[in-house]
Design a protein around this ligand. Structure first.
Ligand SMILES: [Zn+2]
Length: 293
């Protein structure tokens, strides 16, 4: 499942490949890949002829601000209503956005094709078909159409994701800290692998009830989460899944994971076997010796 660093890696690739290029048209191969508007042909008609001005990421949502091809509109800097609308994408479980020559043979799971000049194409490939695309009409709040945006907590790199904020949200809560870190309403985009790595670096058990963490531990967890996400972005995402960036290249974060995907293997610090348990329906990995807090 693509997590924040993978989605940020895709955003950077999309920005490099498509910014300031006009969408010449497209082809929807699976209608339900288009979440809005209802008609896939209306979706293509709405975005055709507009250029991609700027790609944003919010949590695991990707949003492109659209503009007239000749316009140089100042960047509004956040997800706000704009005169030419937005294009939204969520990759969900298996979605991939690939930047390809248009003649590239259609993959079995190709769902949407967006055509660009010089015979290039942005192709949405999605085996499990949970991925979605939206057109956000002019002068419309993106969150009114992409309703999942309304529920998202602060971005981990933003000032809103402060120790004070986390302390407030952990107070008197009995749920395990691992479950809290996976909750997109608490913090946007911190998924399973990075939550496990964060708790290892913080020496905290995934099962620790939030309300029993000290303020110092909460600050450590916050700082480590930011650190592991930044390191993963710097490494270009993970290799643990079928994740590919827009050029079709695997990232390499998983090669240096402390606990994620290492159940039964020796801890890189103390040698004790890494344990795996289920929390919030997901596998959690931890070292029983190093994570004693
Ligand atoms: Zn250990």
């Amino acid at each position: 499942v693509p997590e924040l660093p993978e989605v940020e890696t895709v955003r950077r690739g999309l920005q490099q490949a498509t910014s300031n290029l006009a969408i010449a048209g497209g082809d929807v191969l699976l209608d339900r890949a288009i979440a809005y508007p209802q008609s896939a042909s209306d979706f293509i008609a709405a975005i055709a002829g507009l250029k991609v001005a700027q790609w944003y990421r919010r949590g695991k949502y990707l949003l492109a601000r659209l503009d007239r091809p000749d316009a140089e509109t100042p960047d509004p800097g956040e997800l706000v209503p704009t005169p030419h609308g937005w294009l939204g994408v969520h990759l969900r479980m298996t979605g991939q956005l690939l930047w390809l020559p248009r003649h590239t043979e259609l993959q079995k799971h190709a769902r949407v094709r967006l055509f660009f000049p010089q015979e290039r194409e942005l192709r949405f490939v999605d085996q499990r078909t949970f991925g979605q695309m939206w057109w956000i009409p002019p002068d419309t709040d993106p969150a009114a159409i992409v309703t999942g945006l309304q529920q998202l907590g602060p971005e981990p790199f933003s000032a809103d994701f402060s120790t004070d904020y986390l302390v407030r949200r952990c107070r008197n809560r009995t749920r395990p800290i691992k479950n809290a870190l996976l909750d997109q309403r608490l913090v946007a985009g911190a998924g399973n692998i990075y939550a496990d790595e964060t708790l290892f670096l913080s020496r905290v058990r995934p099962t620790k009830p939030c309300g029993e963490l000290s303020e110092g531990q909460i600050e450590t967890i916050r700082a480590n989460l930011v650190k592991v996400l930044q390191q993963a972005i710097a490494a270009g995402g993970t290799t643990f899944s079928s994740f590919l960036d827009v050029q079709g290249i695997n990232g390499n974060y998983a090669g240096m994971a402390w606990t994620y995907g290492r159940a039964g293997k020796p801890c890189r610090i103390c040698g004790r076997a890494i344990e795996r348990i289920k929390l919030a329906g997901r596998s959690s990995h931890f070292c029983p010796r190093c994570q004693s807090l």
